[in-house]
Each structure stands twice: as C-alpha cells, then as structure tokens.
Design a protein around this ligand. Structure first.
Ligand code: HEC
Length: 162
C-alpha cells in the first residue's frame, strides 16, 4: 500500500456525503433477513442472528477495521481498503451495502476494484447500519472513552507533611 493511495482513501472518506438520515434499528433487524444467507452475527457462543458463512461474521462490525476477521478470505480490494485504514462506521456501511463494488471503486480510486459481496441492498442502508451498530460493543466503548477524555483529573500534588 503506497502512502499516496492511503491519502486518496482518507480524502474520499473525508468528503463523505452529507449526514445520513438516522437509521431505525428495528427496521434494520428485519432487513437483516436479506443478509443472513451469507452473514451471521455471533459473539463467541452467543448467536445473535443465525446465518451463513459466505461472508464474515458481522458481530461488532461497526468500529472494526474493514477486512479484519481472521481466517476469512476477503477479496483483494476490501483487504486493500482495510490496510489503508478504512474502519466501518454507520455511514460507510450504509454506502457499502448499497453497491459494494462501486463503493470500493470510489474509495480506492481504482476503476478495477472488485467486491466478493455480490449483493446490493436497494433501500434501508441506514437502518441496516443502525442495527449493526446495536450489535457492536466497540461503539459503546468509544463513547465511554470520549467522556473520560472530557473529565480531566485535577492535579493534586499538595503534600502535607507535618
Ligand atoms: C451473497 C452473499 C452475501 C450477502 C447476501 C450479503 N453479503 Fe455482505 N459480504 C459478503 C462477502 C463474500 C463479503 C466479503 C467481501 C469482500 O471480501 O470483498 C461481505 C462483506 C461484508 C461487509 C464487510 C465486513 C468486513 O469484515 O469488512 C459488510 C459490512 C457486509 N458484508 C454487510 C452486509 C449486509 C448488511 C448485508 C445485507 C444487507 C450483506 N452484507 C449481504 C457476502 C454477502
């Protein structure tokens, strides 16, 4: 991965479309029926949504680096996007599922980019993304961190040695 390509990706991500409409978790859960042929949502032994193995486990996908499930054979283009720093957030997932190949072409700035996911979701990308975020503990953790940062510990170095 050349630094130039990395920059191109970051630029593409930065110039993202205007804020998406808020997704509806319940609608997204219903829509996931379209994804389960290829994707499961499994946290260790806990099966959140039973599904196939053609695609990677989508538990915790929001906040996770793209193409980072070990042992899953990702396509070259998605792997390249992951190496270049793509981390899934709701907005990126909503765009990706609408047309994975076009999405990869755009963010990699590579007309020859390919996707191993042949499926396209015509409507409801935001809802699916909201649902996936609801099964992604990294999101909760990130929010926690943000609050911690805001509360700076006061320096108390007043030693009272009598
Ligand atoms: C026909 C099978 C199939 C269907 C249906 C399908 N996917 Fe996928 N999905 C895949 C495959 C295969 C990949 C890996 C793509 C690659 O390597 O290019 C993938 C990758 C993904 C990724 C990236 C995961 C990662 O670890 O980086 C997300 C997110 C995703 N799919 C979401 C969805 C959602 C949401 C739906 C339903 C709307 C869906 N997919 C439907 C096969 C499918």
């Amino acid at each position: 991965m050349t630094p130039i390509r990395t920059l191109a990706i970051l630029a593409a991500l930065g110039a993202a479309t205007p804020a998406l409409a808020e997704g509806d978790v319940a609608k997204g859960e219903k829509l996931f029926k379209k994804c389960k042929a290829c994707h499961m949502i499994v946290n260790g032994d806990e099966v959140i949504f039973k599904g196939g193995k053609t695609g990677p486990n989508l538990y915790g996908v929001v906040g996770r680096a793209a193409a980072s499930i070990e042992g899953f054979k990702y396509g070259k283009s998605l792997a390249a996007a992951g190496e270049a720093g793509l981390v899934w957030d709701e907005e990126q997932i909503a765009k990706y599922v609408t047309d994975p190949k076009a999405y990869l072409k755009e963010i990699l700035d590579d007309g020859g980019a390919k996707s191993s996911m042949s499926f396209r979701l015509k409507k409801g990308g935001e809802d699916i993304a909201a649902y996936l975020a609801s099964v992604s503990p990294a999101m909760a953790a990130a929010e926690g961190e943000a609050t911690e940062e805001a509360v700076e510990e006061p320096k108390t170095e007043t030693e009272t040695t009598d």
